[in-house]
Design a protein around this ligand. Structure first.
Ligand SMILES: Cc1ncc(C[n+]2csc(CCOP(=O)(O)OP(=O)(O)O)c2C)c(N)n1
Length: 315
């Protein structure tokens, strides 16, 4: 039920943030996670308090699953002073240290370097923590991935690398950017195990996440997960013509039949864990939380001009 609640909140949050972007209320760029919810929620809910997460720019889901305040997340998208990063990060660059989110990163492959460093620090300090690193299939051929996979394998770092293979890097299909399309195979040459999981099935993700994270925690060594998933929206909210230009309506409809929220809801009802009326109520609650978040963001002040010079570090 907790997963269902979180996935519904994320979906409603994304609907609302996409709308706010199109209304011109959100600046910069914005990418929604709709369709991929089972991946973030399944893995994050298997973490312990001491673990941390690093992600890519499609990052609203990670902070919401980790427990960040939706008001602050929405205010960050609006660039307001009350946002998670005081309005300076925006949609792609969320950061919430108290909730163990060490950043969403816009540079393809960049998040892999950060996560590897975080895992190295945890090992160096002899901490019992696991780092999750989420990235898209567009990162698979970045030099950073190969350097970091090598270091993680060589030094046995406690990190779970998770590629969210949603079939496209922006509009480029996987088979046009990767010589080997079975991405899970890539870890073997760096000396650590991998698994391919159906990222549209919340039960399969949950089970895989549990055993992978336990393995990494016990052995203090890396694991690579390829989650096969799909994004229902286009690459980014600014791309009005996307997704029509590179994928068919039929393909999109086929994947929507496997919507992870519908799958989980159906199973909850079939097994007598929830009634449809209870699921509808969860959806109404999620809608009211995101409406409240949008109101909070709209009514919040802009950052003061002097804030430009705060939090600027030089070394
Ligand atoms: C180093 C670098 N090169 C190019 C880009 C431009 N860019 C933004 S998103 C993207 C594709 C990412 O695809 P994927 O990782 O599959 O994620 P998806 O958007 O499909 O979830 C590219 C090439 C970038 N952000 N960073």
């Amino acid at each position: 039920m907790r997963m269902y609640r979180q996935m519904t909140l994320i979906r409603r949050f994304e609907d609302r943030s996409n709308r706010a972007y199109r209304e011109g209320k959100v600046g910069g760029y914005l990418h929604v996670y709709s369709g991929q919810e089972a991946v973030a929620v399944g893995f994050i809910n298997q973490l312990k308090q001491q673990d941390q997460v690093v992600g890519h720019y499609r990052d609203h889901a990670y902070v919401l699953a980790l427990g960040s305040d939706p008001n602050k997340v929405m205010a960050e998208l609006y660039g307001k002073a009350t946002g998670l990063c005081h309005g300076k990060g925006g949609s792609m660059h969320l950061y919430d240290k108290p909730n163990r989110f060490l950043g969403g990163y816009g540079i393809i492959g960049g998040m892999i370097g950060i996560a590897t460093g975080v895992a190295f620090a945890a090992k160096y300090r002899r901490e019992d923590s696991v780092t999750l690193c989420f990235f898209g299939d567009g990162s698979m051929n970045a030099g950073m991935l190969h350097e970091c996979f090598n270091m993680a394998g060589l030094w046995d770092l406690p990190v779970v690398f998770i590629v969210e293979n949603n079939k496209y890097a922006m509009g480029t299909p996987l088979e046009l950017h990767s010589a080997e399309t079975n991405l899970a195979k890539r870890a073997s040459v760096y000396g650590f195990p991998s698994i391919q999981v159906d990222g549209m099935d919340p039960f399969k993700v949950w089970d895989a996440a549990g055993s992978v994270i336990e393995y990494v925690r016990e052995r203090k060594s890396p694991y690579f997960v390829e989650a096969l998933t799909y994004r229902f929206a286009g690459h980014g909210a600014a791309d009005i013509t996307d997704p029509g230009s590179y994928r068919t309506k039929e393909e999109l409809e086929e994947w929507k039949q496997r919507d992870p929220i519908l799958t989980l809801g159906r199973e909850l009802v079939a097994n007598g864990i929830a009634t449809q009326a209870e699921l509808d109520e969860i959806d109404r609650e999620a809608q009211s939380i995101v409406s409240e978040a949008a109101k909070f963001a709209e009514e919040s002040p802009e950052p003061a001009p002097e804030a430009l010079f705060a939090d600027v570090l030089a070394s």
